[in-house]
Design a protein around this ligand. Structure first.
Ligand code: FES
Ligand SMILES: [Fe+2]
Length: 330
């Protein structure tokens, strides 16, 4: 593509392996994508589910639905608390209550509930990894002590989006296991994209992403799934080496899923550390990171909803243009 102006490293050959010479639609083999998805799904996730960015969870009473469970989240004296939202007395929705002395107070008859068990009601295990808040729900799959998440760069700028999509987690993961759609479905963001290596556990690609208009930057990146509910893109060569995009899929119920995507950007450039220390700059950068991620996910939501609808035997056309769906982005 002659009209691109590349910044960062000089563009490398786009085709270095036999596979990468083929047209995208041929490379995007449904059988290979399904095989990679099967590998990811077999890993399990230890019963851990991402709720949202830690900065957005529990500072006021919040209601979440995770895998058909209705939950309430708030912050107590020792940190994040997540518990069943139904009051153990007569079932009121605790997320409509208030907090007092680190406890949630039921809106119907004033029962105050905190870290201690009350009959069958008890807070669930939670985990905060510095960027995201997690809850562990027993009875779904074998449990682990802590969730699996990638090792993140120490000095970084991060942004997190959360979006609800009408699909299952596997549709979110499968969307990311198909990088070949990038240039065709998101031409505003990807100028060139070739898969260089592929196995059921990892994909290596070379991508030129658009910074603005004709200005693009080329990097090599991998996609892999550390658990059944997350797929991680890592920049392995080029500007921003070590930067990550973690796409987490948390089921809401059997037909809805929350996509929580954390972008963790880093750079070896001098000045980045000072840059990353300023809280104002962090907030401004988070805004731009989240805007870009949301734009892609508005489109990828259509993709995931379409694959889910087809699996359900629904032949409804999903024809909304991205502009029509943009209101769903945070
Ligand atoms: S329903 Fe909660 S105190 Fe009665
Ligand atoms: Fe996409």
């Amino acid at each position: 593509m002659r009209d691109l102006i590349h910044i960062g490293r000089r563009p490398q050959p786009q085709a270095v392996a036999g596979l990468s010479h083929e047209e995208d639609w041929k490379q995007a083999s449904p059988a290979r994508i399904q095989e990679a998805l099967r590998h990811a799904m077999a890993k399990g996730a230890g019963g851990w589910f991402v709720l949202d960015a830690s900065s957005r969870v529990g500072h006021t009473l919040q209601r979440f639905e995770v895998s058909g469970r209705e939950l309430v989240a708030w912050r107590g004296p020792s940190g994040l608390l997540v518990a069943p939202a139904a009051c153990p007395h007569m079932g009121a929705d605790l997320s409509c209550g208030s907090t007092r002395d680190g406890k949630v107070v039921c809106p119907w008859h004033g029962l105050a509930l905190g870290e201690a068990r009350h009959g069958a009601w008890a807070p669930l295990r939670t985990y905060e990894d510095g960027i995201l808040s997690w809850v562990q729900i027993p009875g779904i799959e074998p449990l682990t002590d802590a969730p699996v998440h990638p090792i993140r760069p120490e000095k970084s700028l991060a942004g997190v989006i959360r979006m609800e999509v009408r699909c299952e987690p596997q549709d979110v993961i499968a969307n990311r296991l198909d990088p070949w759609h990038g240039v065709h479905f998101h031409p505003h963001s990807f100028a060139k994209l070739r898969v260089l290596e592929e196995s059921p556990d990892s994909i290596l690609l070379r991508v030129s992403y658009r910074i603005a208009g004709r200005i693009a930057m080329e990097v090599d990146a991998t996609f892999d799934c550390p658990s059944s509910r997350v797929i991680v893109m890592t920049i392995v060569r080029g500007e921003g080496e070590g930067s990550l995009v973690e796409t987490h899929a948390t089921p809401i119920d059997t037909a809805r899923c929350a996509v929580i995507e954390a972008t963790v950007a880093t750079s070896e450039r001098s000045g980045f550390l000072a840059f990353a220390r300023s809280s104002l700059i962090k907030r401004i950068m988070a805004y731009f990171i989240e805007r870009r991620a949301a734009r892609l996910w508005v489109e990828d939501a259509m993709y995931a909803e379409r694959t889910f609808a087809l699996r359900q035997g629904e032949f409804t056309e999903i024809r909304q243009r991205p502009e029509a769906l943009r209101s769903r982005a945070p």
